[in-house]
Design a protein around this ligand. Structure first.
Ligand code: PMP
Length: 400
């Protein structure tokens, strides 16, 4: 089933808008906005605290949201699903709380050249702070992780391997099962950045087996400000908390404290209930569409856009072939700067992204200053591909 554009108030009220920047953030269906409004108009109170029915209802809504999201992404032990502000916070949580407790001088951290800054800088900073070695796996010319090099980089000194499931800049779907097996065979823990996978692929996090898996709600039809970190229970229980304060404690003595059980140990302070409720509604919406259909729909549009763009002189598309990418087309048009291209497209109501896509190490490796990126999602159609192609042709006319 494909999503109806009419389900998305912003798109429904802007019939001429071609929104092709869902890899940055998605639009929100009415079901998500309604769920959040319903929470605030009927169930809002500070959860876990009040000795009254309304607070119990808020607690219950928060709990239900966690259960729904956990079921959607294949997490059976929902207490191991921690709410955060997003992928960035999830990855910083791991690099800081787990990293500071477990990574020391001369230990090694393996990442890849394909990472978003959110899965690059926290590891770089951890390595610098504790004197560990950061090893960065090469990227092939067609934008894949060099898996042979990855195999040689991961060794007995590797404490952690961190990599994305899907690249935001190119759309590359990484062979994460193989990468997880390689890292685990060496005794390393695995941190997987699923920000571009959870919205677009059928996902079973338990079956995948990464020790940590992170994603953001706002890229999968949910609200901004709510994301997820899934961790293995034994790893979460053994590591220290990230932030301290209300809700996350068991007992506070004058000189020390003990921690609450999972997931509360990692959720200090008043939780973001409404956004969790919104994200759960987004999962319900995607569940109804069926993630296999979501993937198939994006693949069709990505293949079509790639083919039609490549038929235009001077267009180059980066990354592996469309069947091995998510709904992302990263491209350049001759010498036209991607920012100029995006400006021309904007005049035609086509929204794309231009720049380094928070992946400067990748752009350096591909020797590209910037690319234009069109990204597709459930509400896009062939009409959006037509508008993109027409816009690129117009830009070529404008820039000669
Ligand atoms: N990793 C990847 C692969 C991403 O695409 C993004 C968002 N662009 C992030 C991490 C960071 O996500 P957020 O900004 O939602 O924290």
């Amino acid at each position: 089933m494909t999503a109806k554009r009419a389900d998305f108030p912003l798109l429904a009220s802007s019939p001429g808008l071609h929104y092709l920047d869902s890899a940055a953030t998605s639009q929100k269906p009415r079901a998500v906005l309604d769920a959040m409004m319903h929470y605030y108009t009927h169930d809002n109170a500070n959860p876990h605290r009040g000795a009254y029915a309304l607070s119990a209802r808020a607690t219950d809504r928060y709990h239900q949201a966690r259960e729904t999201i956990a079921a959607f992404v294949g997490v059976r032990d929902s207490a191991c699903l921690i709410f955060t502000r997003g992928t960035t916070e999830s990855l910083n949580l791991v690099a800081t709380a787990w990293g500071r407790a477990n990574v020391g001088r001369d230990d090694e951290i393996v990442i890849t050249g394909l990472e978003h800054h959110a899965n690059f800088v926290p590891w770089q900073q951890l390595a610098n702070a504790v004197g560990a070695k950061l090893r960065i796996c090469d990227v092939t010319a067609d934008g894949r992780v060099d898996i042979d090099q990855f195999r040689t980089l991961v060794g007995p000194r590797t404490k952690v391997a961190a990599f994305n499931h899907v690249s935001n800049a190119l759309g590359t779907i990484n062979p994460v099962r193989e990468m997880i097996a390689i890292a685990h065979a060496a005794g390393a823990i695995v941190v997987c950045d699923g920000a571009q996978a959870a919205p677009h692929l059928p996902l079973d996090i338990d079956a995948l087996g990464a020790d940590f898996y992170a994603f953001s709600g706002h890229k999968m039809l949910g609200p901004m400000g709510c994301g997820v970190l899934v961790g293995k229970r034994a790893v979460l229980e053994a590591m220290p908390p990230y932030q301290t304060g209300g809700d996350m404690i068991e007992y506070v003595a004058d000189d020390r404290s003990t921690w609450n059980v999972l997931p509360h140990k990692f959720e200090a302070g008043t939780p973001n209930v409404a956004d969790a409720v919104g994200l759960a509604a987004a999962c319900d919406y995607l569940q109804q569409l069926g993630m296999a259909d979501v993937r198939a729909h994006e693949q069709t549009l990505t293949a079509l856009a790639t083919e039609r763009l490549l038929a235009i002189p001077e267009v180059a598309v980066y990354g592996p072939p469309p069947a091995e990418r998510s709904g992302v087309v990263s491209f350049t048009v001759g010498q036209i700067h991607p920012h100029d291209l995006a400006t021309i497209l904007d005049e035609l109501d086509v929204c794309i992204r231009a720049g380094h896509h928070c992946a400067q190490p990748l752009m350096r490796r591909l020797n590209l200053p910037a690319t234009a990126r069109a990204s597709f999602y459930v509400y896009n159609s062939e009409a959006d591909v037509d508008a993109l192609v027409a816009g690129v042709q117009r830009a070529r006319e404008v820039f000669g």
